[in-house]
Design a protein. Structure first.
Length: 256
């Protein structure tokens, strides 16, 4: 509206000066022509600015730095190539109490007050779900790696045992199991180092001799201060083992 009023003022000023009718029409025509050109120029400019702002607002495509291996398991589950806190397959990585997402300097009863509770309390606190599995915010694999990574359950460790070949070996001086797919035409494998476990503030117990890996699930409702551990040494692999929550053990993440 203001633009048209401005055009009318230009017309009246020219008329009072005694300009001819043709001059009056041409002056007004040029004004509106410039006005229209300015309008569309502004639209194009604003459009370009908006597109640039939208592009700037777009988050960069997330690149997961962690790798997984498809072992051809019936569930389709993929296993990570290293432990939480490790940079290489043979590195031990971090020791975590069950339900804690950070390493600690020492591992004693009572140092993880939240997780030294019974089943029903842990559910109310949002630490476990109705199945007794760790929730995202208390799963060290999920919190430290992000995305869809999580700690495997006992059932998923059993699948790994049943559908893979296990060979005790050493990689760069670290003992452990090379776990290879049994599936036809699948030559993939992962290495699980024997990092032992941590209790108190000392060095790891049974380091390079045994592997103790947390499962995501608690043992059962009657042993609510314990959670399931997958244990192995040179001569055996054991499912159904349990450990008190405060013990520092290893975590090998999985992803769907």
């Amino acid at each position: 509206m203001q633009a048209f009023q401005q055009g009318h003022r230009i017309f009246e000023t020219a008329r009072k000066r005694g300009d001819s009718v043709v001059d009056l029409i041409m002056k007004q025509f040029k004004y509106y022509l410039l006005l229209i050109a300015s309008f569309f120029s502004g639209v194009v400019m604003n459009s370009c600015i908006e597109e640039e702002e939208e592009e700037a607002d777009q988050p960069e495509e997330y690149v997961d730095p962690h790798e997984y291996v498809d072992l051809g398991l019936p569930s389709g589950l993929k296993w990570a190539t290293e432990n939480v806190g490790a940079l290489k397959p043979e590195e031990i990585g971090g020791y975590f109490s069950w339900g804690d997402v950070e390493e600690k300097d020492s591992y004693y009863w009572g140092m993880s007050d939240e997780i030294d509770k019974g089943w029903s309390v842990l559910m109310l606190l949002g630490i476990i779900d109705s199945l007794g599995n760790l929730c995202y915010s208390h799963d060290a694999a999920s919190v430290n790696w992000g995305g869809l990574w999580r700690t495997p359950t006992e059932t998923e460790f059993k699948e790994l045992v049943d559908y893979c070949d296990w060979r005790w070996t050493s990689v760069n001086g670290i003992n452990g199991y090379m776990v290879s797919s049994k599936a036809k035409d699948n030559h993939n494998s992962i290495f699980l180092p024997a990092g032992g476990r941590r209790v108190s503030s000392g060095s790891p117990i049974e380091y390079n001799e045994q592997g103790t890996y947390w499962c995501a699930n608690m043992s059962d409702r009657h042993l609510s201060l314990y959670s399931t551990t997958f244990y192995f040494d040179k001569d055996s692999k054991r499912l159904g083992k349990v450990s008190l929550h405060y013990v520092g053990q290893l975590i090998r993440p999985v992803i769907e």
